[in-house]
Design a protein around this ligand. Structure first.
Ligand SMILES: NC(=O)c1ccc[n+]([C@@H]2O[C@H](COP(=O)([O-])OP(=O)(O)OC[C@H]3O[C@@H](n4cnc5c(N)ncnc54)[C@H](OP(=O)(O)O)[C@@H]3O)[C@@H](O)[C@H]2O)c1
Length: 250
C-alpha cells in the first residue's frame, strides 16, 4: 500500500499516525528531532505488529540539512523496501507557544515560522524527486486558524499559511496526480498540551464544553483521518482543509 514519511513522529499525533499507517499496511519512515528513543520505541511497536519502519533524525527548521535528509530517505527506501520512491508525506512536526502579540519576540516568531511554514515548504520541495506520481501529502494545520485564540497569533497565522500552501501544492503538483490536503485538529491531548490541560482543569472543562461531542481529542482521533487521506480510499479528496475537532466552537 505504499511507503509514507511522517515528520515529528517520536510522540503525539505523529507517533499515532505512524502506528495507524503501519496497521494499514504502509511502510513508515518516521522522523524525530530531540527524541531518538521515542522514535525507536515507535519503530519497535510497529515491528512487533509485523510492520516495517525506519526512524531518521530531522530538524524541520534547518533547510540546509534537507538534501542530506533526502539522501538518508533514498538509502532507507532502497535498503528496507527495495524501492526508489515513496507514496505519502505528512508534514506534522511542530510545537506550541503561548505569548500574546504584545510580548512575542522576533526569535519566537521566527522559530514558529521556520517549523510550521518554511520547513514544510522546503522539505516538500526537497523530497519531490523521490515522491511517486499519485502520492498524497497531508499538512498538519490547526483549528486555531479558524478561531482566534488569544496567545497563539504567530502559530495560528503560520498554520493558516500552511492551509493556503496546501492548495498551491495541490494545484502545482496536479500534473503528477499528487494530492495535497491539510488536517486541522482542535485541542488534542499530547505532550504539547497535556501539562497545560492537567494544570488547569477548568480550562480543560471549558475546551471540552466548547466541543459539540463534549471532550478533548486524542491523537488517534486525528491519525485515523490522516491515514485515510494518505490512502487511495481518499483518492478524490484534494486541496481540502479538514477540521478534526469533534465540532469545536460551532
Ligand atoms: N495537540 C494539539 O492540540 C494540536 C492541535 C492542532 C494542531 N496540532 C499540530 O499537530 C502537530 C503534532 O503536535 P503534537 O500535539 O503531536 O505535539 P507533540 O506531542 O509535542 O509532538 C511534537 C513532535 O514534533 C517534533 N518536532 C518539534 N519540533 C521539531 C523540529 N524543529 N524539527 C523536527 N521535529 C520537531 C517532535 O520531535 P522530538 O520529540 O523528537 O523533538 C515531536 O515528534 C504539530 O504540528 C501541532 O502544531 C496539535
Amino acid at each position: 500500500m505504499g511507503i509514507v514519511i511522517i515528520t515529528g513522529a517520536s510522540r503525539g499525533i505523529g507517533a499515532s499516525t505512524a502506528v495507524q499507517a503501519a496497521r494499514h499496511g504502509m511502510g513508515v519512515i518516521l522522523t524525530y528531532n530531540s527524541n531518538p528513543s521515542g522514535a525507536e520505541k515507535i519503530v519497535r511497536a510497529i515491528e512487533a505488529e509485523g510492520g516495517k519502519a525506519v526512524a531518521i533524525g530531522l530538524d524541520v527548521s534547518k533547510v540546509s540539512t534537507f538534501a542530506a535528509f533526502r539522501a538518508n530517505v533514498a538509502k532507507a527506501l532502497s535498503t528496507t523496501w527495495d524501492r526508489d520512491r515513496f507514496d505519502g508525506l505528512v508534514n506534522n512536526a511542530g510545537y506550541g507557544l503561548f505569548n500574546p502579540i504584545e510580548t512575542v519576540t522576533e526569535a519566537e516568531f521566527d522559530g514558529l515560522l521556520n517549523v510550521h511554514l518554511k520547513g514544510p515548504f522546503f522539505l516538500t520541495q526537497a523530497l519531490l524527486p523521490l515522491m511517486a506520481d499519485g502520492a498524497s501529502i497531508v499538512n498538519m494545520a490547526s483549528a486555531t486558524s479558524r478561531l482566534a485564540t488569544p496567545g497563539v497569533a504567530p502559530y495560528a497565522s503560520f498554520k493558516g499559511g500552511l492551509e493556503v500552501l496546501t492548495r498551491y501544492m495541490a494545484k502545482e503538483f496536479a500534473p503528477r496526480r499528487i494530492r495535497a490536503n491539510s488536517v486541522a485538529p482542535g485541542p488534542i491531548r499530547t505532550d504539547m498540551t497535556s501539562e497545560a490541560l492537567d494544570q488547569n482543569p477548568e480550562w480543560m472543562a471549558m475546551l471540552a464544553g466548547q466541543t459539540a461531542l463534549g471532550r478533548i481529542g486524542e491523537p488517534e482521533d486525528v491519525s485515523r483521518v490522516v491515514v485515510n487521506l494518505l490512502s487511495t480510499d481518499s483518492g478524490w479528496i484534494n486541496a481540502q482543509n479538514i477540521e478534526v475537532a469533534g465540532g469545536y466552537n460551532i
